[in-house]
Design a protein around this ligand. Sequence first.
Ligand code: FAD
Length: 325
Amino acid sequence: MGKTVLVIAEQKDQKLRQVSLEALAAARQLAGDGGNIVSVLVGDNVDAAAQQLADHEQSQVVCVTADILVSYEAEHYFAAVQPVIDEVKPDIVILPHTASGRDLAPKIACHLDAGQISDVVAIEAVGEDVTFKRPIYAGKAFETKRFLTGPWVVTIRPNNLQADATNGAAAPIVKRTYTEPTPVRSQVVDVQRKSGDTRDLTEAKVVVSGGRGVRSADGFAPLAELAEVLDGALGASRAACDAGYCDYSLQIGQTGKVVTPDVYIACGISGAIQHLAGMSQSKLIIAINKDGEAPIFDIADYGVVGDLFEIVPKLTEKLRDKIAA
Ligand code: FAD
């Protein structure tokens, strides 16, 4: 018998995050024949994102909107999804393993008295037996887990599960007005972006990352150019952030962001274990380092031993020519 799966979709700046569609694909895998999939999207002025979500086949998209929901805030987002959870009574709830998904998932698990498996990178379903693969020890190993009882709450890591293509069978969108909890205990009054680049590092298909070897804030300029040519995002090691070469919002690693792009280009990064924790699951790793013994080469698929200030501009130029041709 099929299962009822609730996807807590996510938007950023009113745009649907790609990981929401990956969560929907996971829902399809888990719902099984005769299953029922409902998505819920919370925010302010998110009609276009809800429509994009609804363009992917499912039973229904519930859209909860209000001014106060413009930015993620645990109390309000939970209050927005709770009535939907109570109505849908899901067997499984799936959320993106993002900052807000990680925050919201345990609240939902607690509400449902459910177990939770987080940061899932692969799902294997053989009949009724469903197992979830997730990294442990900062990405040095994987564990495979299964639930013993329901309901299930699962968070999935962006860029790991394949989103399904749009299939034209648009689902109905049900709009809900948000009712604030009383008393309201907290509210986001202002959001100040640390960097002007709104590209989401965790969802980028290409990440060009700089380390201490970049030597200065200006040293990031050739990396930014390469990232632009590849339509990618800029990342950094902690040493580069600590040195003030770039903003901490770019930090990748154990105490920074976790990324799994199709291509990760590490420039002037030695490959410390704390950095690898944030990028070792990237599908293709290219390292540029002038020290041929640097540990980054142990995990790189392609390595270039040399000065990044010579190699990166040449690479950018070649790629620009190739794209233009
Ligand atoms: P370095 O180790 O100094 O390496 C610089 C590299 O640049 C060298 O390999 C050098 O050969 C190369 N180089 C220099 N000049 C050039 C050039 N012109 N061309 C090419 N190559 C050049 N680090 C993180 O990144 N993310 C984290 O989240 C993180 N969390 C941490 C948490 C804890 C608790 C601790 C203790 C540490 C953490 N660190 C983290 C720090 C980590 O241990 C390393 O210190 C850091 O990753 C080193 O950064 P790096 O590779 O840029 O610098």
